[in-house]
Design a protein around this ligand. Structure first.
Ligand SMILES: [Zn+2]
Length: 493
């Protein structure tokens, strides 16, 4: 009898606790509401035919990165001359400097020297066309055709549209005799696609020498995404606040060399293969870092009830959430340092055992980790003193510090988005690739990544791919975004 009473009591406690838990979880889900209610998209903007022509003309100058096949210095000179002819007001009012022969640094003096300046970034170079893909282009890649409501060609999305939209916006503001409150720098690099060491890095050094310290930088790297996140049916303007780090580690195994007729159990290739198999079987640990958590919170109100419930209660359901994020390669890259084996080398002849075998693994490092901590984790997983692990070359960088998604500068960008893309909700997060932005970390407080074009799975295939193009209407709104951003100032919420 007593026994039964005890269990009845336990059951009651469990019911009360689980009832309480259910209430808490329901409350959390309810609390997760959208900060902004998107409205209908505005009517199509009026087409500025001169702006369309300007971008088309810019696309016709094939400013392929100089390190790539087809890059020619003359093309950059030609592009600079074109800019001067298209934007006379910009070059009359702003101070223009050519850096490292082909990059452009513009300074628009502000009214208030007390305020920190702002720094808008972009790049003039484009990636080459994949050999053999030329015939697949609807219009030749450097023909700059405007047809069927699009401007076609290499660079229309990455990144000439962004640079040209900024120039159009300045020109429009100058026509209204507008003077910005804060000084605005525009740094347009010429080698972003090959690392930015001559353009962005040099311009950042120059700004540092001049004691310039910007309130924020704004560069490409993210956009207005549509149909990209399962379950989210409205456009999301993702203004990213950080990027991942980059490192490639070289793994070298040594073993018994000699004739392949009498192999030992300790060959270099066998040893390396065992290490690689362990690395392949054990991804680096997953976790939800702050900006990704914030991003999930911002997306959740626009998702179905199950996802909303899981995100709202991730203090309890995080393992389930991590599993579902790990299932897609894109979201997996948001929650962990990724491990990508990219190069493998050993042996010179089929009947000779090589004494060395090497592999290169590329890691994209989650903020919060470093090249050193990743190297240590890899050594632990491989767990074989016969495999040496060292950074490949000197190239690599730790993740830059994360920026503040609640700084006045972020809200200024948000307001410019709401003005021009009222149908989009704003979210933050981190980008998975790298841009020129990382070079400026010593000359700014916050770095943001956003260019206001619409990014769908279809557009993703066109960037660096075939048939790159931008819709004319979207390009008009892009200009509107920079006009709204430059025409406002930070801190007047
Ligand atoms: Zn780019």
């Amino acid at each position: 009898m007593q026994f039964r009473a005890f269990w009845r009591c336990v059951l009651a406690v469990v019911l009360v606790l689980s009832g309480g838990l259910a209430l808490i979880m329901a409350w959390n889900t309810f609390q997760l509401r959208a900060a902004y209610t998107p409205t209908a998209a505005p009517p199509p903007p009026t087409i500025d035919t001169a702006a369309v022509r300007h971008l088309a003309e810019a696309v016709r100058v094939p400013t392929i990165s100089l390190d790539s096949a087809g890059g020619a210095p003359g093309h950059f000179d030609q592009l600079h001359a074109l800019m001067r002819s298209q934007f006379p007001g910009v070059f009359e009012t702003l101070n223009a400097e050519i850096i490292s022969d082909h990059s452009l640094l513009l300074t628009w003096e502000g009214r208030n020297p007390e305020r920190a300046p702002i720094l808008l970034l972009g790049h003039l170079d484009v990636v080459p066309i994949e050999p053999g893909s030329e015939a697949a282009w609807t219009h030749p890649p450097f023909s700059g055709q405007a047809s069927q409501g699009y401007i076609w060609g290499r660079g229309t999305l990455d990144d000439k549209a962004s640079v040209w939209a900024q120039l159009e916006a300045i020109e429009r503001l100058l026509m209204r005799d507008f003077v910005p409150e804060q000084t605005v720098y525009f740094a347009f690099g010429h080698d972003e696609e090959t690392g930015g060491t001559h353009g962005a890095q040099r311009m950042a050094e120059l700004l540092e020498q001049r004691d310039v310290h910007a309130e924020f930088t704004l560069d490409e790297g993210s956009a207005i995404t549509r149909d990209l996140v399962a379950g989210v049916d409205i456009p999301i303007a993702s203004v990213m606040v950080g990027e991942k780090g980059y490192a490639s580690l070289r793994l070298t195994a040594t073993g018994d060399a000699g004739h392949s007729s009498t192999p030992s159990r300790d060959t270099a290739i066998g040893r390396l293969a065992r290490g690689l198999a362990r690395l392949d079987a054990q991804p680096l640990p997953a976790r939800i870092i702050d900006p990704v958590g914030t991003m999930l919170d911002q997306l959740a109100p626009h998702m179905g009830s199950f996802n909303r419930f899981a995100i709202a209660n991730r203090w309890l359901l995080e393992p389930i959430l991590l599993d579902s994020l790990a299932a897609s390669r894109t979201t997996n890259a948001l929650i962990r340092t990724t491990t990508a084996p990219t190069m493998l080398r050993a042996g010179v002849k089929d009947n000779v055992l090589p004494s060395r075998a090497t592999a290169v693994i590329n890691f994209r490092i989650l903020p919060g980790q470093t090249i050193d901590s990743v190297t240590r984790a890899v050594a632990d997983i491989i767990d074989d003193p016969g495999v040496t692990i060292e950074p490949m070359d000197a190239f690599g960088n730790n993740p830059p510090p994360l920026s503040d998604p609640d700084a006045p500068a972020f809200h200024r960008i948000r307001r410019a988005i709401h003005t021009t893309f009222p149908e989009a909700a704003v979210a933050s997060g981190i980008i998975l690739a790298t841009t020129d932005n990382r070079h400026y970390s010593r000359v700014r407080d916050n770095a943001y990544y956003f260019a206001p074009f619409v990014y769908t799975p279809d557009v993703a295939d066109r960037i660096h791919g075939t048939n790159e193009r931008i819709a004319v209407g979207e390009y008009m709104r892009m200009i509107g975004f920079y006009e709204a951003l430059l025409g406002s100032s930070s801190g007047n919420d």
